[in-house]
Design a protein around this ligand. Sequence first.
Ligand code: MF3
Ligand code: CO
Ligand code: CO
Length: 275
Amino acid sequence: MRLVPPEIPRPSYAESGVPDEWDEPLVKSPEVIDRMRRAGQAAAEVLQIAAAAVAPGVTTDRLDAIAHEECIRRGGYPSPLNYRWFPKSLCTSVNEVICHGIPDDRELADGDIVNLDVTIFLDGVHGDTNMTVPVGTVDPESLRLIDVTRQCTHLGIAAVRPGEPVNVIGKAIETHAHANGFEVVRAFIGHGIGEQFHTDLQIPHYYERRARTIMEPGMTFTVEPMISAGTWRHAIWDDDWTAVTTDNSRVAQFEHTLVVTDTGSEILTLPAAGA
Ligand code: MF3
Ligand code: CO
Ligand code: CO
């Protein structure tokens, strides 16, 4: 396991692997939202730096090292590290890997696509964001998958509005994915976030009639659709983490952490202007 300097505040699971679970309020105080803005901005910057290092021949472990160092440089703890015993500081999901890929000595190849999922614990709260990037020269269908997935994330976020049930998000995402001939992965969903990495609040990316929690100003959660060029069905490798499509079709994903506002939402995981 990579080391985190002792002066950096760490989440409860850093030693034990098991997160403390408590009934965190869905609606955050302005003070917590302010801290989440800082954590979100730091996560966005770390993601930008790690993504800039993607190239043919670079190992996913190298990207893990970059994300780890950049979290620490900002005074933050890389949230994945030892979360439910996840062994690394970054998730790297290549091609048919849906999510939770574990960095290793695999070299990225020209034509791959890779998702980098950065989460930082900073100022006592988590900021969670990811993006899929092409490696070298990628086939047009994979580029279309990446573009449509980015649009799905932004359409999902655009559906966020106080007074509406959370299922409007999945409805917007699913409609756009299907219109483009793609499927929405069902097993992994957006989640409430704050002082805990994952809270009970569930944000499906497909239309789920029963997801009727009403959005309120101050609620914080992620929107992070995983869009498949083939099936939405998944399998988990025997490392207990790596999720893949059962037909090996490629998947793209984009994630933001956001807060519901009086009129819509504010994305918390954007880099500072000029960063
Ligand atoms: N960042 C992922 C998410 O979007 C969660 C990763 S859990 C880990 O929810 F343990 F794999 F890091
Ligand atoms: Co997330
Ligand atoms: Co994430």
